[in-house]
Design a protein around this ligand. Structure first.
Ligand code: APR
Length: 240
C-alpha cells in the first residue's frame, strides 16, 4: 500500500560505529584530504594515481572485513523484512554494510567502492582489489580506463528516476547519519513534504543542517536510536 511505504536515506554516520570515518566530523575524511583532489573528475584527470591510492586504501579497509554491519544496518534490514509495506533504503554510502546486513531494496546513489567502471565502454564490474592505471577492463580489455564506480562532486548521482519515484510513493521519510550538506540527497525531505502528507524523521548524532525540515528528530548514536526507532515502528508505537 502506497501509504505505508517507507524511504530511509542513510549517510556516513550510520557506518561510523562500524569503524568507517564520516566526511565532515572533526576526525572526518575531508579534514585529511582535499575533496577537490580525490572526489572530482578534475582531480582524477589531474592525478589519477592519487585518486586510485585514496580509494584503494578505503577499499582495502572494507575488503579486509574489519568493518562489520552494525546494529543500525541490521535494524534497517529487519524493518524491510517485517514491515507490512515497502521499505527502500537510499544510501549515500559507498560501503557494502547495508547489503551485508541483509537490506535488499537498496539504492547506492553515490556508487559502490567495491566496483569499478570503465570510462571507455561503461562496463561496471566487481572490484574488491586495488585499481590502478594498469587495470584492464573485463568488458573491452582496454588498460588504464577503469575508475572507481563512485559518483564525484559535479557528477550526477545514480538511479535518480528510481529515487524520485520511491520518494513520491512514501509516506514516511527517515534520514539516518547524514549532515544535510550535499544535494540532491539533502533536498529529499523537502521533496517528500511537497508531495503531500508525510512523516519525516531525522535520526542523527546531532542536528543536521536540515534538522528544522523534519517533523521529528531523535538524536543519539545510530546503533542506539535506529534499532529503537525500528522497534517502535514495527510495534505501532509512537516514535521519539
Ligand atoms: N550515529 C549517527 N550519526 C552520526 C554518528 C553516529 N555514530 N557519527 C556521526 N554522525 C553524523 C554526524 O553528526 C553527521 O551529521 O553523521 C553525519 C555525517 O555527515 P557527513 O560526514 O557530511 O556524511 P554524509 O552526510 O554522508 O555526506 C554526504 O558527501 O562527501 C560526500 O559523497 C560523500 O556521500 C557523502 C556525502
Amino acid at each position: 500500500m502506497a501509504d505505508e511505504a517507507i524511504v530511509v536515506l542513510t549517510g556516513a554516520g550510520i557506518s561510523k560505529e562500524s569503524g568507517l570515518d564520516t566526511f565532515r566530523d572533526t576526525d572526518g575524511v575531508w579534514g585529511r584530504v582535499r575533496l577537490e583532489d580525490v572526489a572530482t573528475p578534475e582531480g582524477y584527470r589531474r592525478n589519477p594515481q592519487l585518486v586510485h591510492a585514496f580509494y584503494n586504501a578505503r577499499r582495502r579497509q572494507l575488503a579486509s572485513g574489519s568493518a562489520q554491519p552494525n546494529a543500525a544496518h541490521l535494524a534497517l534490514a529487519r524493518l524491510e523484512r517485517e514491515w507490512r509495506g515497502e521499505v527502500v533504503v537510499i544510501t549515500q554510502n559507498i560501503d557494502d554494510l547495508h547489503e551485508r546486513a541483509g537490506s535488499r531494496n537498496l539504492i547506492h546513489m553515490h556508487g559502490e567502492l567495491l566496483k569499478g567502471r570503465c570510462d571507455l565502454c561503461g562496463e561496471i564490474s566487481p572490484w574488491p582489489d586495488d585499481l590502478d592505471l594498469d587495470s584492464v577492463c573485463p568488458g573491452c580489455n582496454h588498460k588504464g580506463r577503469v575508475r572507481p564506480h563512485v559518483v564525484w562532486f559535479g557528477e550526477v548521482p545514480l538511479d535518480m528516476p528510481l529515487i524520485f519515484s520511491a520518494l513520491d510513493r512514501c509516506r514516511t521519510f527517515v534520514a539516518v547519519g547524514t549532515s544535510g550538506n550535499v544535494y540532491p540527497a539533502a533536498g529529499f525531505v523537502t521533496h517528500v513534504r511537497s508531495r503531500g502528507p508525510a512523516r519525516t524523521i531525522e535520526l542523527n548524532l546531532e542536528p543536521s543542517l536540515g534538522a528544522t525540515l523534519f517533523h521529528e528528530t531523535i538524536y543519539g548514536p545510530a546503533t542506539e536510536v535506529v534499532p529503537e526507532f525500528v522497534e517502535a515502528i514495527l510495534a505501532g508505537r509512537k516514535t521519539g
